[in-house]
Unconditional design. Structure first.
Length: 144
């Protein structure tokens, strides 16, 4: 079957607006603006120090079915949008709390109201921040 839509051009293509007579003169003030600088994203090493601080700590979440301390303690990221959580995006590593495997699964996939989970995480984070600061050698900034 022969296509009839593709033929050689019979007329030359029309000239675009890029012709030389429309080009600005070199001494005119029309110049490109500078590229905006991007916000520096934290490197893996900067974020991993917060995750490493959770190792060897007891569970701070203390939800129903808590295993306490042990080898199952993992860093539990916040599920709140104000901490950088989004669709398919984890919260920043600085918003982590050590929690056992059971508490971590209850926090992420467990039944319960979102407000209750947020409240449990916030209480645990308030208790964890001074411990983490001592462990990492960070000075806490007091609110003025």
């Amino acid at each position: 079957m022969k296509r009839s839509g593709f033929k050689p051009r019979t007329k030359p293509m029309a000239r675009g607006s890029w012709s030389r007579k429309d080009a600005p003169l070199p001494d005119t003030p029309l110049r490109r603006s500078r590229m905006k600088s991007r916000v520096k994203k934290p490197t893996v090493a900067e974020g991993s120090k917060y995750l490493a601080a959770c190792q060897g700590e007891p569970c701070f979440l203390r939800m129903r079915g808590c295993l306490g301390a042990g080898e199952t303690v993992v860093p539990c990221h916040s599920n709140q949008a104000r901490h950088g959580k989004g669709m398919g995006i984890k919260a920043k590593h600085e918003f982590t709390v050590p929690g056992c495997a059971n508490c971590h699964s209850l926090l992420d996939q467990g039944p319960g109201l979102r407000e209750h989970k947020f409240a449990a995480w916030d209480i645990a984070f308030e208790a964890w921040v001074p411990v983490r600061a001592r462990k990492m050698g960070i000075e806490l900034q007091e609110a003025a």
